[in-house]
Design a protein around this ligand. Structure first.
Ligand code: R5P
Length: 288
């Protein structure tokens, strides 16, 4: 069955929206699905961004799910960037396993699946079950590789850690080995900084493209860029699916020597040069 598409107001840069997002005066979420009747007895896909303002955006997704499922037998959440995906392991006893909890919550709101791009904890494209819900994970590695190959045909593609190796494996890329240290607890932030990055391959006089699933604070990409340049690379460009670029990460990465920084528009940024629209239209929207 071809699904009926609902588009959240926060995705109106991709398709005309039919889910209105507002807040009540006390800032609680107000959701209005235009023409909910059109969802009756249909499979429904809900396209909604959960970044920025992850916590309230996730709640909006849950409210939409419950409302849709009052009339529709099945629903899929299309969430271009799945937040909390990095908290998929317990490092310190007592931590929440947020990635799993978030997926369980999405399932309990009535969605039978999530469609997303380069989900951090899955580490490859495909269909998986996690947190009690099916996840259809699509990779933008092909788009990133094509973008850079058009500019640097002989470049060596690498990933900054083993987790992102799947982004470059198919084209014979290499992977660095990254180690994060213990949590550094600032007043309000929990963060495990990158302690070391090692590479056991040669980059001398090569154009190097570093691909990762995401650039957040930039620590990983900055360290990888510096390391590769110190090893004698001719040039370094950086690409990722999700460009969060927290604080001055983008500028710092440029200062570290990145010639070009490219991301998709799962999260809108100055680096958004890969459009997810084609993948949404060709692979995701329609049937699930
Ligand atoms: C982690 O393993 C991810 O693949 C990224 O490398 C990481 O999340 C990027 O974070 P940051 O930019 O803060 O180093």
């Amino acid at each position: 069955m071809v699904a009926h598409l609902l588009v959240s107001q926060n995705c109106s840069y991709l398709f005309p929206a039919n889910i209105e997002l507002k807040t009540f005066p006390d800032k609680e979420s107000h959701i209005l699905i235009h023409d909910l009747e059109a969802c009756k007895d249909k499979d429904v896909q809900v396209l909604h961004r959960c970044y920025p303002r992850q916590d309230s955006s996730l709640l909006q997704l849950l409210l939409v799910g419950k409302t849709v499922r009052n009339v529709a037998p099945r629903a899929e959440a299309i969430v271009p960037y799945l937040p909390y995906a990095r908290q998929d392991k317990i490092w310190t006893p007592g931590e929440a396993l947020s990635a799993e909890v978030i997926c369980q919550m999405i399932a309990s709101a009535g969605y039978s699946s999530i469609a997303t791009f380069d989900c951090h904890f899955l580490k490859k494209a495909g269909i998986f079950t996690y947190g009690g819900i099916q996840i259809r994970n699509f990779s933008l590695s092909g788009d990133l590789v094509a973008y850079f190959k058009a500019k640097k045909p002989d470049a060596l593609f690498i990933s900054p850690d083993q987790g992102a190796a799947y982004l470059v494996n198919e084209i014979g890329g290499k992977s660095m080995v990254k180690r994060r240290g213990e949590y550094k607890h600032h007043k309000k932030q929990a963060h495990r900084p990158v302690e070391s990055m090692d590479a056991n391959f040669d980059v001398k006089d090569k154009d190097v493209i570093i691909l990762d699933d995401m650039i957040a604070g930039g620590g990983t990409m900055i360290k990888a860029t510096r390391a590769v340049l110190a090893m004698g690379a001719k040039s370094v460009c950086c690409g990722c699916t999700h460009g969060l670029f927290l604080g001055d990460a983008y500028t710092k990465l440029q200062e570290a020597g990145a010639e070009e920084i490219v991301a998709s528009n799962t999260i809108a940024s100055e680096a958004s040069k890969i459009d997810i629209l084609n993948s949404l239209r060709g692979k995701i929207i329609g049937e699930f």
